[in-house]
Design a protein around this ligand. Structure first.
Ligand code: ACO
Length: 318
């Protein structure tokens, strides 16, 4: 079987920093409440950037020194694309000049990067691609209800990218992925209402709705199971893992997972204090920031969870 490894990472965050203090100036909340319940202190939100701009910059960094013509596949995990057609992935393709790539977006919310990585890695394994670029990119600030203090405090904008490449020695050791559509309505973002010659609906913008407690229960339950399953498939002992890079949703979720797995919390990477929850973008952003502390051969786990509901883990050898 063909091997796969990560050969590049990149990220791009909007310039504007929205702090908890500034949020508290227009909704009824406080830095203390947000920091205690979530660990978030600030997030980035777009002013003049969009999902494509952020994706292109992250992609350029991840593919630096690579001939764009060698990229065979571009997948963007996003639930907040700049436009539906053309996809963000096709727009990235155009701006990179990656004219040989197949490019498309996928919708798996906060698991979008993990799902996209599974598709990309399997495309490389079966020989249909040699280099595959996976991007997680979100501008959630446009789909957040800024009057709902239960959700707007959590989310932020940003993009991260990872370039996978075929290799002789395999470094992507295992995946575990899953979905549970039965719990889908605990976290939702509606699309445009039906409108056709037979049905008329008023246009009204849709925002993220969430049953925070239900999503919390789901996350702390499913993440340890997914990590254990992925490690078992990889035949790697949990003690061998140098770093856990979880979706950056909430510090309390990360602490609960560490406790459940009986792993030192210091082995769990965190940057949600700076960026909040950037959904599909959070794992590639975190990986890009974490990689300066990784050595060749280190085994790490990446885990996403969120809307769908969806989840997934990857065991990677750096
Ligand atoms: N500031 C101040 N008070 C608030 C705020 C706020 N921002 N938000 C809610 N409250 C109040 C509520 O009104 C409520 O007040 P009441 O007791 O007088 O009714 C009280 O705080 C408790 O509210 P809960 O919603 O029950 O608070 P909880 O402790 O559950 O924390 C939170 C809410 C942080 C959203 C938590 O449920 C959570 O983290 N859930 C997981 C959500 C998550 O991570 N989602 C993303 C994962 S999936 C994805 O990434 C898309």
């Amino acid at each position: 079987m063909r091997g796969v490894k990560i050969v590049g990472t990149g990220m791009c965050m909007p310039k504007y920093i929205l702090t908890n203090e500034e949020l508290s100036s227009f909704i009824d909340t406080s830095d203390e409440w947000i920091a205690q319940r979530t660990g978030i202190r600030q997030r980035r939100i777009v002013t003049d950037e969009n999902t494509i701009d952020l994706s292109v910059k992250a992609a350029k960094e991840a593919t630096e020194g690579i001939d764009p013509l060698e990229i065979d596949l571009i997948i963007v995990g996003t639930v907040s694309p700049h436009q539906v057609i053309p996809s963000v992935a096709c727009s990235v393709q155009a701006q990179l000049g990656a004219t040989n790539a197949m490019a498309f977006d996928i919708s798996a919310a906060c698991s979008g990067f993990i799902y996209g990585s599974k598709i990309a890695v399997e495309a490389i394994r079966c020989g249909s691609a040699k280099k595959a670029l996976v991007i997680g990119a979100e501008v959630l600030s446009k789909v957040v209800d800024w009057s709902d203090r239960g959700t707007c405090i959590l989310f932020g904008d940003g993009a991260g990218a990872v370039l996978y490449e075929q290799t002789d020695v395999n470094k992507i050791l295992a995946f575990d992925v899953g979905s549970n559509g039965m719990l889908g309505q605990t976290l939702s973002l509606e699309n445009q209402a039906q409108n056709n010659p037979l049905i008329k609906n008023e246009y009204s913008p849709s925002f993220i709705k969430m049953d925070g407690r239900a999503v919390y229960r789901f996350a702390v339950n499913v993440v340890p199971i997914s990590i254990k399953k992925a490690l078992e498939k990889a035949q790697v002992n949990i003690d061998e893992i140098k770093l856990f890079v979880l979706h950056q949703a909430n510090e309390r979720i990360i602490s609960s997972v560490a406790k459940n797995l009986n792993v030192d919390l210091n082995l769990f990477f965190k940057n949600l204090d700076k960026y909040g929850n950037t959904s599909g973008a959070s794992i590639p952003i975190a990986l890009h920031e974490a990689k300066s502390n990784l050595k060749n051969g280190d085994k790490i786990v990446l885990t996403g969870f969120g809307g769908g509901l969806t989840w997934g883990s990857i065991v990677v050898q750096w």
